[in-house]
Design a protein around this ligand. Structure first.
Ligand SMILES: Nc1ncnc2c1ncn2[C@@H]1O[C@H](COP(=O)(O)OP(=O)(O)OP(=O)(O)O)[C@@H](O)[C@H]1O
Length: 347
């Protein structure tokens, strides 16, 4: 028997005038995976999430949840729950009432509602806060109430719209892990939208990269990080330095590496993961056959706490190359940089 995807989006299109917010978007969510959608501002992430939730009317395309066509169903009939970026808690209701709201609309009996809300409060570590109003909670607590309200109705799919973006950097990191653990514990399939590539790569089972309403790449975080399909993806998912090199007779050359470039392209782009290089003052530092080796002089440096950021003048390259490394090297020093295979890309 063929298994049916939890969510299947087929050729979704949504135009606002000439802006293509969704330009033929197709993907699936399988099992209980967490699928993150990342892309820069205006790329169509929110439009995609809101389409699945039922708040956006598509121009064309179909959405299936467990095989059922939900494209034309009202949001409340879809068996999906969404957590909004600003949490959208009702300010006049207590935490308990906020969480109970969705169950109340479903006309579930009072005793059952109490039981379920108490379970959700406990599950999210919100015991003792049931009688507070949202204004009496921290950002992190509000976020957990919003999550409790979403999961208590046992939706078939959870939709999260930048759920961590209102939290400060420190608790954001902690809650990132909590959220992942929670999602796994519940086993609830989740579509997660964020503009934060690091957040997506660290918690998602698979990632979709979207730009100008189009999917550029879908894959596991490792696949996307290690094999970005194009320059945009490579730049978006890493701390990189980008160098333009001329193409001569169909060949781009940088350091010891030459790459054949098709289609009469005049300029090739080299992307180097700035954090993954080996910097050495030893001219004989070892390198593998497919590593990129650059020689040059350090021209500037910034102390970043756990490492330095160096500006390097590389032999044969006309623009500065930026790399990060832990060792302390004076400006003016001649150095050799080894960029391991897989830490550089030529497009
Ligand atoms: N109601 C609307 N009317 C007109 N244009 C819209 C509307 N909603 C979105 N757009 C446009 O559609 C494109 C995609 O917007 P969307 O909000 O989906 O992007 P996003 O990736 O979520 O961005 P952000 O990260 O900034 O929230 C943008 O160019 C946006 O200006």
């Amino acid at each position: 028997m063929m298994s049916v995807a939890v969510l299947e989006c087929v050729n979704l299109k949504k135009y606002y005038g000439h802006v293509r917010a969704l330009d033929d978007v197709s993907f699936t969510i399988e099992g209980s995976e967490l699928l993150a959608v990342i892309g820069p501002s205006g790329s169509g992430k929110t439009t995609l999430l809101r389409s699945v939730a039922g708040f956006v009317r598509l121009d064309s395309g179909r959405i299936y949840l467990h095989g059922q066509d939900i494209t034309d169903l009202a949001p409340e009939k879809r068996d999906v729950a969404m957590v909004f970026q600003n949490y959208a808690l009702w300010p006049h209701m207590t935490v308990f009432e906020n969480i109970a709201y969705g169950l109340k609309i479903k006309r579930i009996d009072k005793a059952k509602i109490r039981e379920k809300v108490e379970w959700a409060l406990k599950f999210l570590g919100l015991e003792g806060l049931a009688d507070r109003k949202p204004s009496q909670l921290s950002g992190g607590q509000q976020q957990r109430v919003a999550l409790a309200r979403a999961i208590v109705v046992e939706p078939k799919l959870l939709l999260l719209d930048e759920p961590l973006s209102n939290l400060d950097a420190k608790i954001r990191l902690r809650i990132r892990f909590e959220l992942k653990a929670l999602q796994q514990k519940l086993g609830i399939p989740t579509l997660y939208v964020t503009h934060d590539q690091e957040e997506a790569l660290s918690i998602a089972d698979r990632v979709i990269i979207i730009h100008n309403g189009k999917i550029l790449q879908v894959g596991t975080p490792e696949e996307i990080y290690r094999n970005p399909s194009n320059l945009f993806v490579a730049d978006f998912v890493g701390v990189n330095t980008i160098i333009k090199v001329p193409v001569k007779n169909g060949v781009a050359k940088i350091g010891n590496v030459e790459k054949r470039i098709p289609n009469q392209q005049k300029i090739a782009t080299v992307v180097i993961r700035a954090d993954e290089v080996i910097l050495s003052t030893n001219k004989n530092v070892e390198s593998g056959p497919e590593d990129l080796v650059l020689t040059g002089v350090i021209r500037g440096r910034l102390y970043l706490g756990s490492k330095y950021r160096y500006e390097m003048e590389v032999d044969g390259v006309n623009e500065p190359v930026f790399i990060n490394h832990g060792s302390d090297v004076e400006t003016g020093t001649e150095v050799k940089v080894v960029v391991p295979k897989g830490s550089y890309f030529i497009f």
